[in-house]
Design a protein around this ligand. Structure first.
Ligand code: HEC
Length: 163
């Protein structure tokens, strides 16, 4: 064989080896994909992702704990009592007789049905039919957000300490 033919032959062998290696590894990938959870396991996974989204909205976006979690001696939120209800520390700029002095416990969402909690978060109206008192915000959440938040709050036990 001429030297140039030898080189061409070597290249061909290398190409073929590379090609079959790719086929092998992609074969492996599809085999693993087939082992992924079946539809039967999809429901708890979806529920968990809803709880995770609710946690994100409560803890990182709407910051419910700023008012609903008690504070320690330094004024920081005491996360060993996360969302267990707290005295309100924000004062109105002008006197406001409608100002609430306490934010109720949210961990486990005790005392509220899902429908009541949805009305609070989507319309800003409490179970008594009145507008939520300040300094609680009048939220106008969409239904997906309010149900995710409710799922998260229900997932917390009343005796929360986490971490
Ligand atoms: C700025 C402070 C503040 C923040 C932030 C806040 N709340 Fe409140 N929340 C309050 C106060 C004060 C009350 C009591 C007002 C009332 O009962 O009308 C209250 C009441 C509630 C109630 C009971 C309402 C009723 O009619 O009894 C629920 C449920 C609630 N909050 C959920 C939440 C959730 C969920 C979040 C975050 C998405 C949140 N709150 C954020 C201050 C706050």
């Amino acid at each position: 064989m001429k030297a140039s033919h030898q080189i061409a032959f070597c290249l061909l062998v290398l190409l073929a080896a590379g090609f079959s290696a790719t086929r092998l590894s992609s074969g492996k990938t599809s085999a693993t994909q087939k082992q992924k959870p079946a539809a039967a396991q999809a429901a708890p996974a979806a529920q968990q992702s809803q709880v995770d989204r609710g946690r994100y909205l409560v803890e990182d976006v709407a910051m419910c704990g700023e008012c609903h979690t008690p504070r320690d001696a330094y004024g920081n939120t005491d996360n060993s009592q996360l969302l267990q209800g707290a005295a309100i520390w924000i004062v109105p700029v002008q006197p406001n007789t409608n100002w609430a002095m306490r934010a109720p416990a949210l961990a486990g969402l005790p005392g509220f049905t899902d429908a009541q909690a949805e009305t609070i978060l989507e319309k800003g109206v409490g179970p008594n039919g009145l507008a939520i008192q300040p300094p609680m915000h009048i939220y106008h959440m969409n239904h997906a957000d309010s149900t995710a938040i409710i799922a998260y709050l229900r997932s917390l036990s009343g005796t929360y300490p986490r971490e």
